[in-house]
Design a protein around this ligand. Sequence first.
Ligand code: TPP
Ligand code: MG
Length: 568
Amino acid sequence: MSDASATASTNPDTTVSGSGGVHALSACRAFGVETMWTLSGGHVFPLYDAAVRPVAPTPPMRLIDVRHEQSAVFAAEATAKLTRQPGLAVLTAGPGVTNGVSAVTSALFNGSPVLVLGGRAPASRWGAGSLQEFDHPPVLAPVTKSATTAGTLEAIPGAVADALRTATAAHRGPAFVDLPLDAVFGVADLAAPDSSPATRPAPDDDDLTTVARVLADAQRPVLVLGSDVWADGAEHAARHLVEELSIPVVMNGMGRGVVAPSSPLNATRVRGAAFKAADLVVVVGTPLDFRLGFGVFGGGDGAAPARVVHLADAPDGIARHVELAASAAGDLSAVLAGILDRLPRRPETKAWVEHLADLAVGATQKVEAELASEGADGTIHPARVYGALRQVLDPDAVVIGDGGDFVSYAGRLVDSHRPGCWLDPGPFGCLGTGLGYTMAARVARPDAQVALMLGDGAAGFSLMDVDTLVRHKLPAVIVVGNNGIWGLEKHPMQFLYGYDVAAELQPGLGYDQVVTALGGAGETVSDAAELEPALRRAFEQSRDASLPYCVNVLLDPSVAYPRSSNLA
Ligand SMILES: Cc1ncc(C[n+]2csc(CCOP(=O)(O)OP(=O)(O)O)c2C)c(N)n1
Ligand SMILES: [Mg+2]
């Protein structure tokens, strides 16, 4: 057990009086936390008490209690992703904390600033076998940026503030602190901790100059904008660079929507052709992982591979597994503006932009045809759901994907008009984000449409949390892609083995009835012509009644997503 008290620094100007819960939440507030996501357990009662009965003038903290701890942590993660403020989950000791581990790991993979506060058996009786006596930090350490125990009441404010500073420092990620029962139930007057935000070094001048030179020499450059462009608040700097240089852009994750879908510079739809023919790929704010071909671009037909530049929000994010032409790390707005300032001349991109824009026109026509696809024997093709969805979505809608093939279609067929409106599980690929991400999206964007695109398999991980949406009056539309199978596993297993096992679900299951039984509303759609009217009803009724509404779409199970990428 590591004791965080040694590193705590204090702010002696302010004294906070109350329980360990009051001290913990007071530190959270100082870092911008507004909502607590939790599931009840006696070890964490003082945190609830501090949330709902704060000492004036502190306002109450919104507390949303869920039906599974992983939903609480996924909700905290989506809060961080959407608001760019830290998300908070409070988990009770033992199984409460361990139930959150997959979601904490997702936050680590996604660079999401999440604080998890755990209950903990009392320090004074440690080793005697209290209920749920379990030393959490060794379990949490590999999946967080820091995992500590605030060993005493006096250590709580500093430990919580330090954890939040660690979580919010680039490259962001989750942090964990557990609070022994006897510490968190204790009461004392304590100095408020230092709540100054993490400082970050400016990007290296020489690095920026080298990147600028490489960029100026390029003839067929492509810029990739990933989630950290949004997380780092660099979307304006990125758009400015793109427009100033007239450089084709490919976007992924929360970076989707930085450049409008209709822009001639948006090469996302023709990313394969763009990467193949590029002589330079500049990747900003996302790792060079399987989603980007592990950072190897072009090189087909005997041509030289593209040069690669990696720009990250922190030095440890720069890829080490590929040979880079240049790299820079730091505040991404400063990095992008610094490159523009140092550019010896503009790269000549006119013909390249026109070429990709021409290809994009053809690709868009193909997508239009795909959105009208039909399944076998009059069944619904998954792409058709997105054809209907496009007709009813507002530009600021938050679209969430939790599932296999059904969500792969979403990734390709849903247009993002603004950054920070798309939530996928990220590279950890954990099914079960759906309901947690949805409740957080409703809280973060009270007036926007929220649409969860949910595979029928994925639904099993979190559907019970529809109850949370109902109890807390959090309206959202849940579209279940119901093909009766674990499609993304069944089709590949058939391909590899000629048969499949462990890949069937109940066909035609009434997920809308489950949602209705939990207090929401819904309907099943089996005719493609009914999709758009059903989705319109869903958005209207869920908004008017402040309820979740499920459109359970029966899909053709024979459709396999056309997949070409190498995942491993
Ligand atoms: C927690 C977790 N368990 C298992 C998997 C493996 N997995 C990835 S996609 C998938 C199938 C998803 O099925 P469904 O949600 O019905 O979507 P479909 O592919 O049928 O459209 C599975 C089981 C995973 N990614 N995460
Ligand atoms: Mg399925």
